[in-house]
Write a protein that binds this ligand. Structure first.
Ligand SMILES: NC(=O)c1ccc[n+]([C@@H]2O[C@H](COP(=O)([O-])OP(=O)(O)OC[C@H]3O[C@@H](n4cnc5c(N)ncnc54)[C@H](O)[C@@H]3O)[C@@H](O)[C@H]2O)c1
Length: 310
């Protein structure tokens, strides 16, 4: 049994990760400031003897004793990370400094939830880990993209300078139950609009592509990455390689919800990437991992969840 800290553990991915770690027999400390996360995401875990929940903002130092740290704290959707962009950068950068400092003191292994957004609007497709990215450093998405890039820099400097055991995961679009209903992300947007019988909004003409990874598959990869030997640092892409246009996603949601909503078109937001697909060859070879959940199956679970919460 390891003592495991999950920052951002009350969020969408974090709550599934906490659940999985408890099932694996670990002692889990979840730290969250409830900016986008909530206790509702943890109802099944609160009260379990090996689960602890602490309200704390990672931009402030934290003194606890653990063996492993999963650093997930950071709002992940544009509506939330752009609401207070300065705080978003602080969460990524100061949060990384604080958690890396903690890991250094404890000689703990630390995993960073980085993002495919470090690739920005890429010129190469699909993106391999060796690609340095094309990010606009002064645009409205920069607080998130550059914050995450800087956090990666800090992770690798702690690795080189202090020999810290680090793992950097570049997470691509992930979806599933407990996504925030109002986070403006495409999967939750479409499902919520369909279930409310509203029109479904496509930004651009809907021909831009995304790949969607179901949360259980992603959590499996994070746990496997944490268990790799010290020389495996990443960055490693984690995502599903199945590529769908946004229009195809909208049509799947309509089919699975049985909604009669119309598809309407609005202009594409600034710096929105046109294509996004992970190259997961490295994850396949180092983690022996492959996403298993098909989009339709994952969407069914997610739709069932949103039917309950709406
Ligand atoms: N969901 C995705 O598709 C995706 C893709 C790439 C990367 N990621 C990364 O994975 C992580 C989790 O994302 P998610 O989708 O679960 O988002 P989320 O918003 O549901 O979860 C983030 C959690 O962090 C908490 N948090 C935010 N700022 C904090 C702070 N200063 N101190 C403590 N807690 C704080 C929030 O309250 C929330 O519980 C994030 O770091 C995100 O950048 C997610």
């Amino acid at each position: 049994m390891n003592k495991v800290l999950v920052t951002g553990g009350a969020g969408f991915i974090g709550s599934h990760l906490c659940e999985r770690l408890l099932k694996l027999g670990h002692d889990v400390l979840c730290v969250d400031n409830f900016y986008t996360g909530s206790k509702a995401n943890l109802l099944a875990l609160i009260g379990q003897p090996f689960f602890e929940l602490m309200r704390h903002d990672v931009t402030f130092p934290l003194y606890v004793e653990v063996d492993q740290i999963y650093n997930l704290a950071c709002p992940a959707s544009p509506v939330h990370y752009q609401f207070d962009p300065v705080q978003t950068t602080k969460t990524s950068v100061h949060g990384a400094i604080n958690m890396l400092g903690l890991a250094k003191r404890l000689k703990a292994t630390i995993l960073q939830a980085s993002t495919s957004e470090v690739y920005g609007d890429p010129e190469v497709h699909p993106q391999q880990e060796s690609y340095w990215g094309r990010v606009n450093p002064i645009g409205p998405r920069a607080c998130y993209d550059e914050g995450k890039r800087c956090a990666e820099t800090l992770f690798f400097d702690y690795y080189r300078q202090h020999n810290l055991r680090i793992k950097v995961a570049r997470i691509f679009n992930t979806y599933g139950p407990r996504m925030h209903p109002n986070d403006g992300r495409v999967v939750s947007n479409f499902i919520v609009q369909a279930l409310r019988g509203e029109d479904i909004t496509l930004y651009g003409d809907g021909s831009q592509t995304r790949s969607f990874c179901y949360v259980d598959d992603l959590v499996e990869a994070l746990v496997r990455l944490m268990a790799t030997p010290a020389e495996v640092t990443g960055p490693v892409n984690l995502g599903n390689t199945g590529e769908f246009t946004i229009r195809q996603l909208a049509e799947a949601v309509l089919r699975l919800t049985g909604a009669k909503s119309k598809l309407i078109v609005k202009p594409l937001p600034q710096d929105d990437p046109k294509q996004r697909q992970p190259d997961i060859a490295l994850a396949r070879s180092t983690l022996g991992w492959e996403p298993e959940v098909k989009l339709e199956d994952g969407l069914r679970e997610t739709i069932a969840y949103f039917r309950k919460v709406l």
